[in-house]
Design a protein around this ligand. Structure first.
Ligand code: SF4
Length: 328
């Protein structure tokens, strides 16, 4: 079976992106803003309302109709901006229907958010903090897995009492917190920061999940870290951690063909190469197939890599072009 889901966003299903066969992203209109305004944010066009690139869900009914028809979908990611800028009663319009009949195939609901770090009051003292927690509870009591994808860039963001209380309250609902962050020059580009951050996350009951490479958008030049440096930081950090923190993946590039892991550096037939693989691909069949890029100590994104070992192109490129053509 070939999957070439276009970004349905902006076409028939505004605010919905069927990114991978089993995973659908939804961008609720009211969640297209954020508590934080990070200078490295790649979602800024959504915040300023630029036509053509702003993702919006005009009504949750469209979303439900789409999911009802797509039984292959098991995972829904509600994202933004930050969907937890939404009032609990608004967010529940998107979530509650998924707990009822017709949506038995939806097993996991993820919510991407920075609020755990930047506005932990959302879960503790905001006027509808308890309502949001009750909503989380209804999801877990319905037998679904609720994952709060918490964006923490630095261990300092977990130091305060309120941040730790937010984690405690979220976890008391049965939801799990998985953590993710981009690796950024000048912010967290040292192994010490990641060791301390991941250790602290495990202590607080969170699951370290993603170390992202800085995307090829916005202020990349200021924040970018070469891939070799990212891999060194990751490799040196992970060896200092217990097995419980080794849930985190190798540095990831969330790029056009899919999520590409930097698995390491190797020497093959005398050539020094980067070993890469897909965690998720536009074509599911690309997953976990190692491929090799020429060693380049300045490259900081997939598009800056060239194939190694005499290859003219990476194994996925021809198929990717076909997929992209069907989308235009
Ligand atoms: S927290 Fe995430 S969505 Fe919000 S401004 Fe920062 S990078 Fe963008």
């Amino acid at each position: 079976m070939r999957y070439h889901y276009s970004s349905l966003v902006g076409l028939d299903f505004s605010g919905i992106q069927h990114k991978y066969p089993e995973t659908v992203l939804i961008f609720p209109t009211a969640g297209q803003t954020c508590h934080a305004y990070c200078t490295f944010c790649f979602r800024w066009p959504q915040f300023v309302g630029m036509e053509g690139i702003k993702f919006a869900t005009r009504e949750s009914g469209i979303f439900q109709d789409y999911l009802r028809e797509h039984k292959e979908v098991t995972d829904v990611l509600i994202t933004g901006g930050d969907p937890l800028t939404m009032k609990a009663r608004h967010l529940s319009l998107y979530i509650e229907p998924l707990l009822g009949s017709g949506f038995e195939h939806i097993q996991t609901i993820r919510i991407g958010t920075k609020s755990v770090a930047y506005w932990p009051y959302r879960f503790v003292t905001d006027e509808d903090a308890d309502d949001i927690l009750r909503l989380f509870e209804r999801v877990t009591l319905a037998g679904k897995h609720l994952a709060i994808m918490g964006h923490y860039d630095h261990w300092k963001e977990m130091e305060t009492e309120i941040a730790q209380e937010a984690i405690r309250r979220i976890r008391s609902t049965g939801a799990q917190i998985r953590t993710q962050a981009p690796l950024m020059h000048r912010i967290n580009h040292s192994k010490e920061v990641w060791i301390r951050m991941w250790r602290e996350q495990v202590r607080l009951g969170c699951v370290p999940y993603y170390m992202f490479m800085e995307r090829d958008t916005g202020a990349k030049q200021y924040f970018e870290v070469p891939i070799i440096r990212a891999w060194e930081i990751f490799q040196q950090a992970i060896q200092k951690l217990s097995g419980l923190a080794r849930t985190v993946r190798d540095p990831v590039m969330s790029a056009l063909p899919g999520k590409v892991l930097v698995d390491g550096v190797a020497e093959i037939f005398g050539e020094k190469v980067f070993v890469l693989s897909f965690l998720q691909g536009r074509n599911p069949n690309w997953c976990k197939r190692p491929f090799f890029a020429r060693y380049d100590d300045k490259a900081s994104w997939l598009t800056e890599h060239t194939p190694a070992l005499g290859e003219q192109e990476f194994f996925y490129e021809k198929q990717l072009n076909e997929i992209l053509q069907t989308e235009t």
